[in-house]
Design a protein around this ligand. Structure first.
Ligand code: BGC
Length: 757
């Protein structure tokens, strides 16, 4: 008999007890009935299962696990199948360690490049976050391990995250911040969803009935369990009433007692407690079935997958004169400069910190390709950026910095080509706080200037979880590689790309702006006095830069290859019953190497009645092409992805009209275009006395009825004057009725509206 079916056998106290964790990482069971607790673990880019006997929170050491590329990197692959395969591997490792739920994926939108946790998130774009998040969930759950999609929702800053309220209007909330969650829930039915720390429009996400019940369960049909982020619940009774099922971590029975007391006093609906306890039992059911026959995960195979994924995540931003790839069999000497080549930064700090099964440094891997004779190394800068304590210490640091720089510059001057590793210090990127700026440490940029003064054949490789400013020097270096944080196999993956064993194919899933003050949330990040105003509305990421026509360093979707691709004219299949658009785009590989191209489709609706960006990503597809090969790539644009959220109608609608579908290699490299007529949805809005004259006149039948009604009265003249209509078009028709001489009455209008219905 399923545990869930035994709910009625539980006492109220037992039910209340199930609503909080047993420990930091386990739920409670019901010993009397043989119901086991289940184990959960972070997530997302590897398994962080605290070693037995380690500290409770497990930040001090977890069992070794494959450290796959964090989401910032995976996001740049734009490759759902790859992310699904990573998910399968993650699920297998979790299962092997007795972990029933892996706490990921993180699908929050990168509203500002400063968010301290951007390395854990996929993109500034909800389609990418949704598609890749869904693939991750599909992979993990295929191993009989549950996912926990987080952080639901509008958790886009770390500053004051336990209290701050994200103040978001309905359209951006639905179209940008909830959209990825909606896709994942409706397509993959994750076992759990994790409610975020922050408030949304004044209500804690963990205590918000609209979010957890109306939207998540009723509108999207979520059937799984809602767990709180760790320590996110302020009022446990309000949380259970709102739709939260499990408070994590353990509260030592404190919250259980409050829930029980509220039940007994009648302040908590027994149905809410039944739902919560029932979901915990259901999770125990899911955890104890399926998947146990898996062979043990193979660390070598997983490392190889981590390397493949990292290779597909590297973004080649610039490659003037074909400086890359380097020739593994050539004679050129290579100066590798930068401590990050030897001491890699490969993941961010906080709850997602993985203890990797092994770790590669790019330096060693470069030597493996080119041989020791060709490669020389200099660290060039210090890893930390702490100032010295006192004048003497500062002097000492200054001397050390100069010595490192001089040593590196000497090496650079002697080499044929210089590969400079730059990046963000680990201490700047972590859960719990945001960055203050987009700058690389001055010590590093000064080093780069010094290197460029003696040798211009420079490749810069970046290691960073959040976007850094590259304007100022981006045009001075012929080759620029965005290496993000690539996980434990990042070293070999970077060497694979530098030497051309892997043809780079990553694409920016976030814009690299020229400067911080250009970014969409600049004036409202991270908010103050406990409120974060999402003033930019739906204009997030590329939507913002395109709507404002702002120049950027590198646009959303950008990424070069060692080969070239040519796009033919797209064709549209006849639209089927589902309303989805099927676009066929011929893409040819016109270069000498096999390559992987990401075909991107953006939609715009010139003359739209609602505010919208000139283009937004509506679909993408990946194709691999041999040299000289051409293929027709099918890109499906779901009707739902053309929709906007109508806050008055309270639902998603497709606006009818002639859409412009742009096919491109980035949001600013549009290769071809096709127009398509799309039928609109009826908003189903009824006209009423509060509707404006303009709104009435916009509906042909209503306009005609109104004209008939006023025929022969002075108002008729008014309605035939465009100037007057422009002036009074915003007046509610009910008020028009009261105007002297109008001869309209509210009664007449009401019966006109009734007839229209
Ligand atoms: C983080 C979550 C994480 C949880 C458990 C929280 O602080 O926000 O992402 O899953 O801790 O470690």
């Amino acid at each position: 008999m399923a545990y869930r079916d035994r709910l009625d056998e539980l006492t109220a106290a037992e039910k209340a007890a199930l609503t909080s964790g047993a420990t930091a990482w386990t739920t409670k069971g019901v010993e009397r009935l043989g119901v086991p607790g289940v184990r959960v673990a972070d997530g997302p880019h590897g398994l962080r299962r605290p070693a037995d006997g380690a500290d409770e929170l497990g930040l001090g050491g977890s069992v070794p696990a494959t450290c796959f590329p964090p989401a910032v990197a995976l996001g740049s692959s734009w490759d759902a199948d790859l992310v699904r395969r990573v998910g399968v591997a993650l699920g297998a490792e979790a299962r092997d360690q007795g972990v029933a739920v892996l706490l990921g994926p993180g699908v929050n939108i990168k509203r500002s490049p400063l968010c301290g946790r951007n390395f854990e998130y996929f993109s500034e774009d909800p389609l990418i976050a949704g598609v890749l998040g869904a693939a991750w969930v599909a992979g993990v759950q295929s191993r009989g391990v549950g996912a926990s999609v987080k952080h639901f929702a509008a958790n886009n800053a770390e500053h004051d995250r336990f209290r701050a309220s994200s103040e978001v209007d309905p359209r951006p909330l639905r179209e940008i911040y909830l959209r990825a969650f909606q896709r994942i829930v409706t397509e993959q039915q994750p076992w759990t969803v994790m409610a975020a720390y922050n408030k949304i429009n004044g209500v804690y996400a963990t205590q918000d009935p609209w979010l957890l019940t109306t939207v998540l369960r009723e509108e999207w049909g979520f059937t799984g369990l809602v767990v709180s982020d760790w320590g996110a619940v302020d009022d446990p009774v309000a949380a259970v009433a709102a739709g939260l099922d499990l408070i994590m971590p353990s509260t030592d029975g404190r919250t259980d007692a409050l829930v029980l007391a509220a039940l007994e006093s009648g302040d908590l609906d027994p149905a809410a407690l039944d739902r919560a306890a029932g979901k915990v039992l259901e999770l125990a059911d899911r955890a104890s079935t399926g998947g146990s026959t898996d062979p043990e995960p193979d660390p070598d195979a997983h490392h190889a997958l981590a390397r493949e994924a990292a290779g597909k995540s590297v973004v080649l931003l610039r490659n003037e004169g074909g400086l890359l790839p380097l020739d593994p069999a050539g004679a050129e000497t290579i100066a590798v400069i930068g401590e990050f080549a030897r001491t890699p930064r490969y993941q961010g700090a906080g709850s997602s910190l993985i203890n990797p099964t092994r770790l590669e440094a790019a330096l060693e891997e470069i030597v493996r390709y080119a041989g020791t004779d060709r490669v020389r190394f200099a660290p060039g800068y210090r890893l930390g950026t702490e100032p010295g304590d006192g004048a003497a210490a500062e002097q000492q640091i200054g001397d050390e910095v100069s010595r490192l720089r001089e040593e590196a510059t000497t090496l650079a001057a002697e080499a044929d080509v210089v590969v400079v590793f730059l990046g963000l210090p680990a201490a700047e990127e972590s859960e719990g706080f945001d960055r203050q700026h987009l700058e690389l440490p001055a010590e590093q940029t000064t080093l780069l200037d010094a290197v460029l003064a003696v040798n211009q054949r420079v490749v810069v490789v970046l290691s960073n979880g959040g976007v850094v400013r590259v304007s100022g020097w981006q045009d001075l270096v012929p080759a620029l590689v965005e290496g993000w944080l690539l996980g434990q196999a990042g070293g070999s993956a970077l060497a694979d790309v530098l030497f051309g064993a892997v043809n780079p194919s990553g694409r920016l899933a976030e814009t690299i702006p020229l400067k911080l003050s250009d970014t969409p949330a600049y004036l409202d990040f991270p908010g103050q006095f406990g409120r974060i105003r999402y003033g930019e509305g739906i204009f997030v990421g590329h939507r913002w830069y395109d709507a404002r026509d702002l120049p950027v360093s590198f646009p959303f979707g950008h990424g070069l290859s060692y080969t070239t691709f040519e796009y033919g004219s797209p064709r549209l299949d006849p639209v089927g019953d589902d309303g989805d658009l099927r676009l066929r785009v011929p893409v040819g590989n016109t270069g000498e190497r096999a390559g992987r191209e990401v075909v991107q489709v953006y939609a715009g609706l010139p003359g739209s009645r609602i505010s919208r960006p000139p283009r937004q990503l509506v679909s993408f597809a990946v194709t691999e092409l041999a040299p000289g090969e051409t293929r027709e790539v099918e890109v499906i644009i779901g009707r739902q992805d053309l929709a906007y959220y109508h806050p008055v109608a309270g639902r998603w609608l497709v606006e009818g009209g002639r859409y412009q579908l742009e096919v491109g290699a980035s949001s600013r490299d549009i290769r071809s275009m096709i127009m398509v007529d799309v039928a609109g949805d009826d908003p189903g809005l009824r006209l009423h006395l509060g509707s404006s004259l303009g709104e009435v006149l916009a509906v042909p039948a209503a306009a005609e009825a109104l004209r008939r009604l006023v025929d022969g009265t002075p108002t008729a003249g008014m309605l035939s004057s465009p100037e007057l209509i422009a002036m009074i078009g915003s007046m509610p028709i009910g008020r028009l009725a009261g105007f002297p001489g109008s001869q309209l009455t509210p009664d007449k209008l009401e019966s006109m509206l009734e007839q229209l219905d």
